[in-house]
Each structure stands twice: as C-alpha cells, then as structure tokens.
Design a protein. Sequence first.
Length: 58
Amino acid sequence: MKEVRCIICEKEGYGIIIRGMLICNNCEEKVITCDVNSDFYEFYKNKLKEKIYKKKLG
Ligand SMILES: [Zn+2]
C-alpha cells in the first residue's frame, strides 16, 4: 500500500483523510488549538486550498 503523508507537515502519519489527502493528528490538533491569526493557520489554509480545492478543479 502506498505510504500516506500529511499534506501539511509532509510526514507519514495517521489522521483525517480529505479527498484522499491526509491531515495528520498532530497538524489537526495544532490547527484546532492555534490562533486563526497565526502563521500556522495561514499555512494550513493555503495548503488545503492548494492541495485539495485546486485538485477538484482539475
Ligand atoms: Zn502533519
């Protein structure tokens, strides 16, 4: 089976899968607890947009 890497930290792990993309437990927890104005939150949002929502458009 193909190894699954988190789209945020790019490490292998377990967590939630969105449209076939992994967001690991660490990153999920981090984004839940971090401030919405923090750099990490921005980074996370951008990654999601880039990796998940763009893919949808082809
Ligand atoms: Zn991660």
